[in-house]
Design a protein around this ligand. Structure first.
Ligand SMILES: [Fe+2]
Ligand SMILES: [Fe+2]
Length: 280
C-alpha cells in the first residue's frame, strides 16, 4: 500500500474542544487599540465558518478513495478541528457583529454566493486544490502567529491571543491533510498552482471587503493616516503579509510539500505554553 500521508509520525491531528471568552475584547479595538489592524483580523474571522465548511466538504468528498489508514485518521482529525474552529468563529462573528453593528448577513451572504458559484463551476478536484491552497495560506499565517516575535504578543489580550493561537496550532497540525489527499487522488501540479493564485485573489478580496465594511460602520473609512498605518502593518518591513511572503512563494515550486517546512518546534512550544496556561 503506498504511503500517502507525509505528516511526520510525531504530529497528531488532534481536535481540541476549546471555548474562549472573548466578548469583552470584541467590543473594542482589541488588536493594538488600532481600528484597521483589529478590522483586518475580524474580517479574516468572518471568512472562517463558511470557508472551513467548504474545506471539510471538499476533503470528505474524496475520503472513500483513500486507502492509507494514517491519512484516513488525519482526515477525521482535520474535519474535527475545522468543525470546532467553525463553531468558535461563528460565535466570535455573531458577538462581534451584534456589538459593533456590522452586518453579518451581508458579509456572509457574499461569501455564500461565491462558494455556491465555486461549487457550480469547479470540479471536485479543483475544489480540493483550492482547499489545499487555502490550507497553505492558513498554515503560513499560523507559523507567523506562533513565532516568538509574532505581532499579537504585545498587541492583544490573553483571551484573544489564546484563541487565535489555538486555531493556528491546529492549522499547523493539519496543514498537509488536504494536500496529501489531493496528491493521493492524482491532482496535478499545474492545477495546484493555479488554485493558489485564485485562492489568494478571493481571500484578499473577501478580507478587504470585510475590512471596508467594518471601517465604514466605525466611521473611519476615510481616515488616511489609519490606512497608511494599516498598509505598513500589512506590507512594510515586519508587516504581517511581508513576514509570510517567502513561505507563500514556496507553494509554486514543483514538488513542494507543506512539511518541507518543519514547523514542529513551534507546535511543541505552543503545547508547552498552553498546558502551563491551562494548569495555572
Ligand atoms: Fe481552521
Ligand atoms: Fe485548516
Amino acid at each position: 500500500m503506498p504511503q500517502v500521508s507525509l505528516t511526520p509520525a510525531d504530529v497528531e491531528v488532534l481536535p481540541r474542544n476549546r471555548e474562549y471568552d472573548i466578548a469583552r475584547s470584541l467590543e473594542r479595538d482589541w488588536f493594538d487599540n488600532h481600528p484597521f489592524k483589529t478590522a483586518w483580523f475580524n474580517a479574516m474571522s468572518i471568512t472562517f465558518p463558511l470557508g472551513e465548511k467548504f474545506f471539510i466538504d471538499s476533503v470528505r468528498h474524496f475520503s472513500d478513495q483513500i486507502d492509507d489508514p494514517k491519512l484516513n485518521e488525519e482526515i477525521r482529525g482535520f474535519c474535527g478541528q475545522e468543525g470546532f474552529h467553525r463553531r468558535e468563529h461563528q460565535r466570535y462573528n455573531e458577538t462581534l457583529c451584534r456589538m459593533r453593528g456590522y452586518d453579518l448577513n451581508y458579509l456572509e451572504g457574499r461569501l455564500e454566493k461565491n462558494i455556491e458559484r465555486g461549487k457550480k463551476f469547479l470540479s471536485p478536484l479543483e475544489r480540493l486544490a483550492a482547499t489545499a491552497a487555502f490550507e497553505h495560506i492558513t498554515a503560513i499565517m499560523a507559523e507567523s502567529a506562533l513565532s516568538e516575535d509574532n505581532p499579537m504578543i504585545n498587541s492583544a489580550d490573553s483571551a484573544m491571543r489564546a484563541m487565535w493561537q489555538w486555531h493556528a496550532a491546529e492549522e499547523m497540525e493539519h496543514k498537509a491533510v488536504a494536500f496529501d489527499v489531493y496528491r493521493a487522488v492524482g491532482g496535478a501540479e499545474k492545477m495546484r498552482k493555479r488554485a493558489m493564485r485564485q485562492a489568494t485573489f478571493f481571500l484578499m478580496l473577501d478580507v478587504m471587503i470585510g475590512l471596508v465594511h467594518m471601517l465604514r460602520k466605525d466611521k473611519k473609512l476615510w481616515n488616511v493616516s489609519l490606512w497608511s498605518q494599516g498598509w505598513k502593518f500589512l506590507f512594510f518591513k515586519d508587516g504581517i503579509l511581508r513576514r509570510v511572503w517567502g513561505a507563500y512563494k514556496e507553494y509554486y515550486r514543483d514538488g513542494f510539500h507543506p512539511w518541507d517546512r518543519d514547523t514542529r518546534p513551534l507546535l511543541q512550544s505552543w503545547k508547552l505554553n498552553e498546558s502551563q496556561a491551562l494548569t495555572a
